[in-house]
Design a protein around this ligand. Structure first.
Ligand code: PEP
Ligand code: MG
Length: 576
């Protein structure tokens, strides 16, 4: 049997444990006659009630562990479960064809999923997967199959599964589960994002690990590199026990930096900020010693319900974050919907190239009432802390001016209404397109600050879809063209006299710290978990040496040469 496997390091850490193989129990569908139609209907309803109660319990657990916005996923699941059309269709099948409840439900769901899967709307198409997940639970409950309880597993379990749904991940018993490993998935999959918030090591996308295991095997999960070892030797175990201890010790050591500032050896201070998706994430930001929020992705607030959040609802969320972070800055990005993030209630048109289409600021400027509601909520919340407003997906000066005019309109309205706000509130933009990066000097005249969104800047500079697995090897922020765009943005900001931070994933890449610091980045904003490591890097670098590194790197012509130079520096200076 293959003992060594490689997957994607989705959430950092090292674990050694016993495999808990999470495989679905084979479902037996009785194709016989119903016997008593009323009894079958009763079984259907009982199964549904049981399923609803289980989903409510999972929802509650998720809300406690991960916050309301993540828990809201299960509200959508319950709505699907209680869909009356689906229910009526299944009852009709029981009555007309005189079949058992599980058979009717299985057929009814298949028809319903086919219908959803053929719809144009991407969001509704994705609901087919949710419905299958819920239906499985419902069928298990009808047929009396015990659903595996992931919340009560033996000590030191490593959960190995084909994939983990959000409900599976939310249930994981964190006292006893030391890691999880899946066949499929990527870094941005739901389960990976949850693993990072829960700080549990995870390796995803191994291909076929579930086919190689029976359960109960010893396993090493190195979620720092994505390496998996099955049935390790004593020697291998010793090596990884040491690695795990080293990682834990480093994490503890890094915690001591919590209250320290990120100041380089020669006294240059930079911001180390956190990225968040909801007010609940502020806890992790503070725990990891970030001194600000460089990106609050407000889309999740818009995605959590089946309608636009009202001005008051938005105000409450922004105010909560501003208050808990005060006096530190909180950079709140206006709605960045479109691309891969859809809003079902907005009925966004189907587009051939959604990442190049009607998204983010483009939608907001075409539908100014949406942007004005958000601006008013942000302005009102600015009276309770230090809020900065940031616009995504900018390509032109005109867009900045139009957004600024709308902001001024909102300010005037609030003044007339006698409502307090921060009169000096800053309006900044994300640098996510080459159009802005290479003309940064001109944009700096128009706005108060920049933040580089490398996730999109990389995709737009290289013309490589950030979500397309087939070309993921081409998606490379160390490509000299992308580095040139980043450097141009930083230089342009400083020539124009404004500050520039970075809130794309690259800011949390500890291989890139010296390079970005040398280019003159003013603040790094990242997943909270990365903050201590980036802080430590900054504390060990001298600005002059980092600038010299940038000089050498910018003369290189390939990614490989860039990385060679960067790695040499990191080894000498950071011991990395
Ligand atoms: C980015 O593009 O780098 C960014 C931070 O925005 P998002 O990942 O939300 O598109
Ligand atoms: Mg972006």
């Amino acid at each position: 049997m293959e003992r060594f496997l490689k997957g994607i390091d989705a959430s950092p850490g090292v674990a050694i444990g016993k495999v808990f193989l999470y495989k679905e129990v084979e479902l037996y569908i009785d194709k016989g006659e119903a016997g008593n139609v009323e009894v079958e209907k009763e079984r259907l309803i009982e199964g549904r009630n049981k399923t609803k109660n289980q989903l409510l319990a999972i929802r509650e657990k998720t809300a406690k562990k991960l916050g309301e916005d993540k828990a809201a996923i299960f509200d959508g699941h319950i709505t699907l479960l209680e869909d009356e059309d689906l229910f009526d269709e299944v009852v009709e099948l029981i009555e007309d064809e005189n079949i058992k409840a599980e058979n009717a439900l299985d057929q009814g769901i298949a028809g319903y999923c086919d219908m959803l899967a053929n719809l144009e709307d991407e969001y509704l198409r994705e609901r087919a997967a949710d419905l299958r997940d819920i239906a499985k639970r419902w069928l298990y409950n009808i047929t009396g199959i015990q659903i595996v309880d992931l919340s009560a597993l033996p000590k030191d379990s490593v959960v190995v599964a084909r994939d983990l749904t959000p409900s599976d991940t939310a249930q994981l018993d964190l006292d006893n589960v030391v890691a999880f490993v899946t066949d499929i998935g990527g870094k941005t999959a739901h389960s990976s994002i949850m693993a990072r918030s829960l700080e549990i090591p995870a390796v995803v996308g191994t291909g076929n690990i579930t086919e190689l295991l029976k359960g109960g095997e010893e396993i090493i999960v190195d979620a720092l590199t994505g390496d998996i070892i099955i049935n390790p030797s004593e020697e291998e175990k010793d090596i990884y026990i040491a690695k795990r201890e080293g990682y834990i010790a480093e994490k503890e050591l890094l915690k001591q930096l919590k209250d320290k500032e990120a100041i380089s050896k020669d006294g240059i201070k930079v911001g180390t900020w956190g990225n968040i998706g909801s007010p609940k994430d502020v806890k992790g930001v503070l725990k990891n010693g970030a001194n600000g929020i460089g990106l609050y992705r407000t889309e999740f607030l818009f995605m959590a319900q089946d309608r636009f959040p009202s001005e008051d609802e938005q105000f409450e969320a922004y105010k909560a974050v501003a208050e808990s972070m005060a006096p530190h800055p909180v950079t709140i990005r206006t709605m960045d919907i479109g691309g891969d993030k859809s809003l079902p209630y907005m009925e966004l048109p189907h587009e051939e190239n959604p990442f190049l289409g009607w998204r983010a600021l483009r939608i907001c400027l075409d539908r100014p009432e949406i942007l004005k509601t958000q601006f008013r909520a942000l302005l009102r919340a600015s009276a309770f802390g230090y809020i900065k407003i940031m616009l995504p997906m900018v390509i032109s000066i005109e867009e900045c001016r139009r957004a600024k005019a709308l902001l001024e309109e909102c300010k005037a309205e609030l003044v007339a209404e006698g409502i307090k706000f921060d009169g000096d509130i800053q309006l900044g933009i994300m640098v996510e397109t080459p159009a802005v990066a290479f003309r940064a000097r001109w944009f700096a005249e128009e706005v108060d600050f920049f933040s580089i969104g490398t996730n999109d800047l990389t995709q737009y500079t290289l013309a490589v879809d950030r979500g397309n697995e087939r070309i993921s090897k081409l998606y490379d922020t160390y490509n000299p063209g992308v580095l040139a765009a980043i450097k141009a943005a930083i230089d342009g900001a400083h020539e124009g006299g404004i500050t520039i931070s970075m809130c794309g994933e690259f800011a949390g890449d500890d291989r890139a710290t010296a390079l970005l610091f040398g280019m003159g980045l003013d603040a790094f904003s990242m997943s909270a978990i990365s903050v201590p490591r980036i802080k430590k890097n900054i504390m060990n670098i001298e600005k002059g040496a980092a600038e010299a590194l940038v000089d050498r790197v910018m003369r290189k012509s390939t990614t490989a040469e860039v990385l060679e130079e960067v790695d040499r520096f990191n080894k000498e200076v950071l011991g990395r």
